[in-house]
Each structure stands twice: as structure tokens, then as C-alpha cells.
Design a protein around this ligand. Sequence first.
Ligand SMILES: C[S@@+](CC[C@H](N)C(=O)[O-])C[C@H]1O[C@@H](n2cnc3c(N)ncnc32)[C@H](O)[C@@H]1O
Length: 370
Amino acid sequence: MTSANTIPEPLRALIPGYATRVILPELVSLAEREGILECIRAISPFTFEGLCATLSLDLDFDLTRGNRRRMVRLLVELLSEVRWLRRIDDERWRCHGSKKVVPEIGERGEEDGEIRFLRSCLQGTPAYLRGDEPPITFESGCAAAWEDFLGCAEFQACRTVLFDMMASGSAPETRLLDLCHGPGWGIERALDRWPAARISAIDFTDGFAETARSRTARAIGRNASLGLASAPVQWYGPSNWKGFDAPLPFADESFDAVLFGCGDPYIPPGRREPVYADLRRVLAPGGVLEILTRGLPDAERRHVPSRTFRVTTLIHDFAESVCAGWQGFSDVGENLRLFERIGFRDAGPSSGEVAFFGSSLWFMRKGGCG
Ligand SMILES: C[S@@+](CC[C@H](N)C(=O)[O-])C[C@H]1O[C@@H](n2cnc3c(N)ncnc32)[C@H](O)[C@@H]1O
């Protein structure tokens, strides 16, 4: 994994974990306000099952459906990471009842879409935990919130890094697929970088169509004003693709590169292998798969050793759980095995690395077998 001194330049401008350092105290006060911390104090030392039973009984949480039990697990992991809880053994935790939960925010940065979005997720959390439907969906009514979130400084810097890495081996007319294009931030970055790229963009919802198409039209217009010709983007929507449960509507080896930003945590658990095998199918030999996500903190701290990344991921995972279809960030070790099994090979920032920035960025090539 990449060490601090090899962090790519666009990422160095970020204050690491800033958004979640702002959100952490808000999340903890929500847990205090809703009585979750009080339940933990009352039953400490506790087991996970015991905590779920108490939250269901005392706070009326509906932990029988969807990802809500997983949210409780994430909260326990987070409170352990910030050392308010201590793991006693494989099954039990104990709390430091009087200990201050939250570290100082430290250096102040911009309050951007990442903070606003995570905050709005937290606002919907109490009702969601009690059984309400997800407050944030991929319908057009939520498009503005997604646009604000996904255009945040961190994700934009990550897209720049991924495209920088792709640049060396790519032809000007590279065939790029933006998988789950959302509001079109990836398409815009790609058009800035490769004005002549032949871009296809697909999503399983029409909810972003307007936002993504107007962002794309502006990017193509900017290129034209510089005398740079851009091909029209090929759009594929819900009439072409039903989402991760279905294969992509493209012939084998149609693309030189696939950008898959912030969509991995929406792949249903049983579909991870078929989805990534299908992505390998549509890539040309040696084609690049770039993924922007986060790496779930591993118990051994091998894949996600940094405390900042661990806390950031747990908060982000917990908050975005209130969005329709969220399955959560995935295990880095499992992903490495999956990608190798399917037939992707390492081509990260330095030889032998596929994932870096706390396993947030993955850069792989289609290998010869699999
Ligand atoms: C967080 S947005 C990311 C959008 C965009 N890739 C970006 O980086 O800005 C998640 C994307 O996954 C798509 N998505 C969510 N659930 C899906 C599913 N079950 N099948 C296919 N796509 C899905 C959404 O429509 C959305 O475009």
C-alpha cells in the first residue's frame, strides 16, 4: 500500500479525514440524544446481540430488516476506534462511561458537499433505524443532494489521480465507460483530460439524466471553445440496463477503460463476482478498471492501517447506510482475492499495488487469464 510520501499530488491538498472529523461529534451527539450511548452504558460489558436486543426493546429500533444491524455494528466499531469502547474478547465490549468520546476537530477546512451530505444522512438516521424507508434514493428528487456530495473536493481529487494514472498508457480516442455515471462528475473530468475520448455512460436510473447531460454539454462546449473536438457521449439508461443484477449491454472488449466511482458499495453481496467478471468481459485486453470507494477497516490493520481512514470509512459507511440499496464498503482482502481470481492484475501507482489512499483508489488491468 502507498505510504504518505507517495500520496499523489492532487490528494496532498486535502486535509485528511476533515469531513468526518466535523461529522464525528455530530454523530456522537446523535447517539447520545437518541439514547444509544445510555443503552451501551447500562449493559456494559455487552455483546453485539445483547446491544441489538436492548436497542430494539428500549429504543424501538427495527433491526430485523435491511442494513440496520450492520449500522449498529459500524457504530460499535467506530466507538472502539475512537477508544470509547474497548473490546474485551471475541464477543464482548466494555465502555469507558466517563471518557470524552470525540477528539478535537483540529485544522479547519472548507465545509463542502461531503459534510453537507453526511449531515443530511444523519438527520434521517433516527427514523430510518426505527424502520422508515431510506430517505435518500436515486430518484430525480434527490439528484441535487447527490450532485453536491459527489462533486466534493476529495472525490474530485481522486478522479484526477485515477485519470492521471490512466493517462500514460491511453490513446487520445480512448474508449471509456463511466459505470453508474450519477451527476456526471467523472464524465466532465474525463472530457477535460481527453477531449477526444469516446465516452459511454450508463446508469440504472433516469434520476441523474438531466444533471449529467447538462454537465457533459458544458464540458463539450468548453472543449469546443478551445478548438478541441469532442465526440458526443453515448448514454445508456434504465431501458438498457437493470442495474447490478443484470449484465452490461455491451459487447466483449468494447472499452479501454472503465471508471467505477462510488458505486461499489451498492453491489448486492451475491453479485460482486458476476459484476466484476462482467466488467472484465467488456474491457479490451490490458484495459484499465479504476474504482473509487473506501476500504473497510480490517481487524489486522493490514489493508487500512491509518486511523484517519478507518474512522472516516466507518462514519461514511454508517451515514450513507440510509441511502436506498447501500450494502456498505467491502473488505479489502476479499476484494484482492476476487480481482485476482477473476483475472485483473496489479498496475497501481507503483508496481505491485492495486489499492492505495486507504484502499479508496483501485487501479487494475485486465490480465490474460480468468
Ligand atoms: C454514489 S453514486 C456515484 C455516482 C458517480 N459514479 C460518481 O462517482 O459521482 C452511486 C451510483 O450507483 C448507482 N446505483 C445504485 N444502486 C445501483 C444498482 N442496484 N444497480 C446499478 N447502479 C446502482 C446510482 O444510480 C449512482 O449512479
